[in-house]
Design a protein around this ligand. Structure first.
Ligand code: HEC
Length: 102
């Protein structure tokens, strides 16, 4: 994947993440949170490209992975920065949401 594409994705994602979070700062509805992931992971986590899909992912794996990205235990390109924007509660809320998507 080329760097320019990832950079574009990253800046788009920042806008996608921070706009909804500032508009709904106390909002932990998973659909609102998960919209910020769609730009890269596809609508409802159904990725069509090289980025891994999220739908149907086991909730435990999802939550552990997001926390590992957040603490830099797992290395990534963009996910470390993205994961740092979410609380445990928001991660767990998204974990349930994505695990229930077919
Ligand atoms: C800028 C594009 C982008 C956005 C936005 C994005 N991701 Fe990712 N995601 C990636 C990439 C690329 C990877 C592969 C790891 C890496 O390079 O960071 C990844 C990997 C992951 C993985 C690990 C998948 C696996 O199979 O182990 C999870 C879980 C994940 N992302 C969740 C999310 C969630 C939840 C959001 C929204 C809050 C999100 N991502 C938003 C690009 C993105």
């Amino acid at each position: 994947m080329n760097k320019k594409f990832l950079n574009t994705c990253f800046f788009l994602s920042l806008a996608l993440i921070f706009l909804p979070l500032t508009a709904y700062s106390a909002d932990q509805r998973p659909t609102v949170l998960a919209n910020t992931c769609a730009g890269c992971h596809g609508t409802d986590g159904k990725s069509v490209g090289a980025i891994p899909p999220l739908h149907g992912m086991k909730a435990d794996y999802f939550a552990d992975t997001m926390k590992a990205f957040r603490s830099d235990k797992r290395e990534g390109t963009v996910m470390n920065r993205i994961a740092k924007g979410f609380t445990d509660k928001e991660i767990e809320s998204m974990a349930t949401f994505f695990s229930e998507l077919k």
